[in-house]
Design a protein around this ligand. Structure first.
Ligand code: HEC
Length: 156
C-alpha cells in the first residue's frame, strides 16, 4: 500500500514537473487535495492489479499515447479498439523490449515515428502496463503476466 502510493505519487510528480518537495509541501499544506489523492489511490486499489500498470503508463507512455489512449493522429498511434493492443502478448512484449519503427497502420491512419525501447522496465512493470492497456481504453483482453515477460526476455 505504502509502496504503490509512492509509485502513484512519483508518477504524478513526474507528470506535473513538480520537484518532489514541492509536491509534498503542496499535499501537506492542502489536506483536501491530500485526501483526494488518497481517494483516487483507493479507487485504483479497489480495481485490483491495475494500480501498478496505471502508474507505469502515466510515467512511461502517457506523453505519447495520451491519458485516454487516443494517441496523436499522424504521430503516436492510439491504443483503443482496432489498435495492436489485442495482439498476441508476445508481440506486445517485443514492442516494449525493442521499440517500434517503420510504417504501421492503425485504424486506417499511417504512423511512421519511432517508439523508443522500454526495455528498462522490469518484468512486473511491463506485465502491469500491458495488462493496464489491455483492460482500458475500451479494450477487454487477457492480462499479461510477469512470467510471460520473463520467459521472452530470457530467450534473448
Ligand atoms: C516517444 C513516444 C512514445 C512512447 C514514450 C511510447 N510509445 Fe508506443 N508508440 C509510439 C509510436 C510512434 C508508435 C508507432 C511506431 C511506428 O510507426 O513504427 C508506437 C506504437 C505502439 C504500439 C503498437 C501500435 C498500436 O497503437 O497499437 C503499442 C501497443 C504501444 N506503442 C504501446 C506503448 C506503451 C505500453 C508504452 C509505454 C510503456 C509506449 N508505447 C511508449 C510512440 C511512443
Amino acid at each position: 500500500m505504502k509502496i504503490s502510493f509512492l509509485i502513484l505519487v512519483s508518477g504524478l510528480v513526474n507528470l506535473s514537473c513538480y520537484t518532489t518537495s514541492d509536491k509534498m509541501n503542496l499535499l501537506l499544506n492542502n489536506p483536501e487535495r491530500f485526501n483526494e489523492e488518497i481517494k483516487e489511490h483507493q479507487s485504483d486499489e479497489q480495481s485490483g492489479k491495475q494500480i501498478s500498470g496505471k502508474a507505469v503508463y502515466v510515467k512511461y507512455c502517457l506523453t505519447c499515447h495520451q491519458s485516454n489512449g487516443s494517441g496523436v493522429p499522424g504521430m503516436h498511434p492510439p491504443l483503443g479498439m482496432g489498435s495492436w493492443v489485442g495482439k498476441d502478448p508476445k508481440d506486445l512484449i517485443n514492442i516494449l523490449m525493442e521499440g517500434l519503427s517503420g510504417k504501421i497502420e492503425v485504424n486506417d491512419e499511417v504512423y511512421k515515428d519511432n517508439m523508443p525501447s522500454q526495455s528498462k522496465l522490469t518484468d512486473e512493470e511491463m506485465a502491469g502496463v500491458l495488462t493496464y492497456i489491455r483492460s482500458n481504453f475500451g479494450n477487454n483482453f487477457k492480462p499479461v503476466t510477469p512470467e510471460m515477460v520473463r520467459n521472452l526476455r530470457s530467450n534473448k
